[in-house]
Design a protein around this ligand. Structure first.
Ligand code: ADP
Ligand code: MG
Length: 239
């Protein structure tokens, strides 16, 4: 994925002020920064949940800024996991995971069920296939949401503070699933408040402030030896 000169405004409010970034295949890029700096907006531009005001986001050779690009096609190749899981309450866990592949005719119901069971195995929830979301803990719901995103076989996964809404004792189980994906070579962009986790699994860390990438580097560089005053100030508050 290549991002060049990305600008995003909401009316007169310019939220992203020219972002350049690259995410290589298999790379795990963590995005950190203060609240309101544009991290979620950045992530949402990467799968066109937001229209891009100016600039380019090129995924698999498709430019999301090009109005002729089939955005549904692009979006299917990008999985996204949010802070709140948004599972459908009237469906079972397996049905939630099967929904997109069946609706988009990527799989028959039988194939989608088989894949859902495999994905649930992968996130440690094989026994919950026929449970309702309401009977699950927050950590389990988020693991189902990750399985649901994986069901489309995305080439890249975006996580927007996937553990922020969880009780502390459930953070670890969700981070473990993300860690496993990283080890399997999944390309990922993670917006996170978990600095220890960013340091551990990130290949690269982007520090965003006021709609720009203020500083980027390896976790060792960025956390160990931040160069910008803004970065130092932020890290002094969160580490
Ligand atoms: P972060 O995720 O870093 O906390 P956001 O990307 O959520 O930051 O928000 C950055 C700025 O963009 C905020 O000032 C927010 O009010 C504004 N913003 C985000 N989404 C919208 C929207 N849909 N309409 C108007 N303003 C928005
Ligand atoms: Mg946010």
């Amino acid at each position: 994925m290549t991002v060049r000169g990305l600008h995003k405004s909401f009316g007169p409010n310019e939220v992203l002020k020219g972002i350049d970034a690259d995410v290589a295949e298999g790379e795990v890029v963590c995005v950190i920064g203060p609240s309101g700096s544009g991290k979620s907006t950045f992530l949402r531009c990467l799968n066109k949940l937001e229209d891009i005001t100016a600039g380019h986001v090129v995924v698999d050779g498709f430019d999301l800024a090009d109005p002729t690009v089939d955005i549904n096609q692009v979006r299917r190749s990008i999985g996204m996991v949010f802070q709140h899981f948004n599972l459908f309450p009237h469906m079972t866990v397996a049905e939630n995971i099967m929904l997109a592949p069946v609706e988009l005719k990527k799989a028959t119901k039988a194939e989608a069920r088989k894949q859902a069971l495999e994905l649930l195995q992968r996130v440690g929830l094989a026994e919950k296939a026929d449970a309702r979301p309401a009977s699950l803990s927050g950590g389990q719901k988020q693991r189902v949401a990750i399985a649901r995103a994986l069901a489309m076989n995305p080439g890249i996964m975006l996580f927007d503070e996937a553990t922020s809404a969880l009780d502390p004792e459930m953070v670890g189980e969700v981070l473990q699933v993300i860690r496993d994906l990283a080890e399997e070579g999944m390309t990922m962009v993670l917006v996170t408040h978990e600095m220890g986790f960013a340091r551990e699994v990130g290949d690269r860390v982007l520090f965003m402030a006021d709609g720009v990438i203020c500083e980027e580097g390896s976790p060792a560089e960025l956390f160990g030896n931040p160069r910008q005053a803004r970065t130092q100030e932020f890290l002094s508050k969160v580490l």
